[in-house]
Design a protein around this ligand. Structure first.
Ligand SMILES: Nc1ncnc2c1ncn2[C@@H]1O[C@H](COP(=O)(O)OP(=O)(O)O)[C@@H](O)[C@H]1O
Ligand SMILES: [Mg+2]
Length: 137
């Protein structure tokens, strides 16, 4: 579902996002090819195996950097395992590419291990390999 100019203006509201136009242009292009959902600080595009998180606000730059950094430092072995994520540049825009996870159902939420309680809103899911990981720190 392509994003209209008006929708993009609504999504990219933060005037402090540096080089905002580049982010808008990239999101416009990606929306023509991928399903997407609008998060708090990123717009997230889905591929079959990965998601691409494009910052929509200045804070999103930091959120993506933190997740890439955490993934690189601790991977899935730390106290809080995280989905594999790397920062890459598409048209000079920093995009966080992260492996896609399956969200827990309502019933599964009751059986999650204790560590998931320290992830904001229990934003965790299962990788294709069946590992339970955080996808948003
Ligand atoms: N790794 C992932 N696999 C599947 N869906 C994801 C993944 N990361 C994010 N999403 C989806 O995108 C939404 C927004 O992503 P999120 O990382 O929470 O962005 P934000 O922190 O900007 O709100 C999530 O609520 C979830 O539905
Ligand atoms: Mg979130």
């Amino acid at each position: 579902m392509p994003l209209t100019h008006t929708e993009l203006e609504g999504i990219f509201r933060d005037p402090n996002l540096p080089d905002r136009e580049r982010f808008v242009t990239l999101a416009h292009t990606l929306a023509e090819q991928h399903p997407y959902e609008v998060g708090r600080t990123r717009i997230v595009f889905h591929t079959n195996t990965d998601v691409m998180k494009v910052p929509i606000a200045e804070e999103g730059l930091l959120d993506s950097w933190r997740e890439a950094n955490w993934s690189q430092r601790y991977g899935k072995t730390g106290e809080i395992p995280i989905a594999t994520a790397v920062e890459e540049f598409i048209d000079d825009v920093p995009v966080l590419r992260m492996e896609r996870v399956r969200m827990p159902t309502r019933e599964e939420h009751h059986t999650l291990p204790r560590w998931t309680g320290s992830v904001d809103c229990a934003q965790v899911g299962w990788t294709a390999a069946g590992e339970l990981v955080a996808f948003d720190l």
